[in-house]
Design a protein around this ligand. Structure first.
Ligand code: AMP
Length: 430
């Protein structure tokens, strides 16, 4: 039997439905924020990714799937086909293709900004593991032409809103500013000064980064190198006044939109054309592959791919991880959702009335338990909390006198007096 390639997945009807629903959520948010959809080829000239993603990145150096037709393979074997010039590659990400299409279709001649999104498969020959696949889908959002700090915040908002609407509420947004070509040299120097005494014990990649792009010293995955860089200088301490103002405005817009963020000085996008704002969304429950998505501002990229000198900003959000995170979070909230009623009679006189209430509520199909261990009121509360009951009903002397029970909702932290004969008609959140 032939099996699917390693790192790929089949989506059966149930999963496909979930994918469709997730896409719908994304589409609605993107369109509401003024983004329009684009589609483009699944493969492009290899050169596009070499230039657009960066020749020194792992994606380009090790992970791209090149494609070649049978006829061209024959030509290649005969030395008649130039892989470097003519070679094609399955796209490992969408930004480069969107920019290529933006330039090729002269979209820059239209009124700016250009706000586009795309949804589709990307391919990377990474080592498969939980949350890391060789074919995965990204929701991609890009804005070209705007230098406004609000644009950065707006792009961040689209991703944040998507995560929230999918119910992945325990996620965190990390942001940083890595400055611009004006302020970056001072920061590079500070990083080099910091790393220099430790450099001989660091990995060969870091030694290379030290010379070529010190920012990427912060990207290293080797634990010893990460430890060596602990306490490193922070890019936000080296921003020029213009970058500092931009970052302040991004933060302010996020605050106005009530998007909580954490500044992460280690967050960098190592490519040369990234400037100012970089960001990442994480869901810790995902383990080592905990990034849901990430992006940043890349003001030099469009020009470097042969287009006009227009700024850009965007993100790529991993749909596969969003769905995994959503499932984990649903499971977790199901586990923590409170249910059932815990009845606490205070003293022997209250017991007959408590038994009456218990019996009537049970006959209605409600889950009700009564305190039988002679616990004090305080420890009865603790127990009810530990057992994840939603409600506590207390019946003591004063309740008997007033003819109503004290009802506490442990989920909403509210309480009220409910007449004994009204308990049966009470609207319980089961
Ligand atoms: P990147 O383009 O590397 O910045 O990735 C953006 C997002 O795409 C990540 O945060 C992941 O959610 C997702 N992603 C990247 N690579 C993979 C992969 N191999 N498998 C699944 N999701 C991925």
């Amino acid at each position: 039997m032939i099996q699917k390639p390693k790192g790929t997945r089949d989506f059966l009807p149930k999963e496909s439905k979930k994918i469709r629903q997730t896409e719908q959520v994304f589409l609605k948010i993107a369109e509401q924020c003024g983004f329009k959809e684009m589609r483009f080829p699944m493969f492009e000239k290899t050169e596009l990714f070499e230039r657009g993603v960066g020749e020194t990145t792992d994606v380009v150096r090790k992970e791209m799937f090149r494609v070649i037709s049978a006829a061209n393979l024959e030509k290649y074997k005969e030395g008649q086909y130039d892989l470097k010039k003519e070679g094609m590659t399955l796209r490992p990400e969408q930004t480069a293709s969107i920019i290529r299409s933006f330039i090729e279709n002269k979209m820059y001649a239209d009124a700016q900004p250009t706000k586009v999104f795309s949804v589709g498969s990307n391919f990377r020959n990474e080592r498969p593991q939980a949350g890391r696949f060789r074919e995965f889908t990204q929701f991609d959002v890009e804005v070209f032409g705007s230098l406004e700090a609000f644009t950065d915040a707006e792009v961040i908002q689209v991703g944040w809103e998507l995560i929230q609407q999918l119910g992945i509420t325990q996620s965190t947004l990390y942001i940083n500013s890595i400055g611009c070509p004006q302020c970056r040299p001072a920061f590079h120097q500070a990083l080099k000064d910091f790393a220099k005494p430790k450099l001989e014990h660091m990995c060969p990649d870091c030694q290379d980064r030290y010379e070529k792009n010190p920012l990427r010293l912060l990207d290293c995955k080797v634990p010893e190198d990460q430890a060596a860089m602990q306490g490193h200088p922070q890019s936000i301490d080296y921003l020029c006044p213009a970058c500092e103002q931009h970052f302040e405005q991004v933060k302010q817009a996020l605050e106005i939109m009530e998007i909580p963020y954490t500044i992460d000085g280690q967050l960098v996008r190592g490519l040369d054309y990234y400037v100012r704002t970089v960001f990442e969304y994480k869901y810790e429950g995902l383990g080592s592959q905990n990034a849901l998505g990430g992006g940043g501002r890349y003001d030099g990229l469009i020009a470097s791919l042969g287009g006009p000198d227009l700024p850009g900003i965007g993100f790529g959000m991993g749909m596969d991880r969003l769905i995994i995170a959503q499932d984990l979070q649903t499971k977790q909230s199901e586990q923590t959702a409170r249910s059932g009623i815990y009845l606490v009679p205070l003293g022997d006189e209250a017991k007959p009335q408590a038994i009456r209430v218990l019996d009537r509520l049970r006959k209605q199909g409600l889950v009700v338990e009564m305190e039988v261990m002679n616990r004090s009121m305080k420890s009865a509360f603790k127990y009810a909390d530990k057992m994840n009951y939603r409600y506590i009903i207390i019946i003591g002397e004063s309740e008997l006198q007033s003819g109503s029970a004290l009802l506490k909702d442990l989920q909403d932290s509210t309480q009220e007096q409910v007449a004994f004969n009204a308990l049966e008609d009470y609207t319980w959140n089961r």
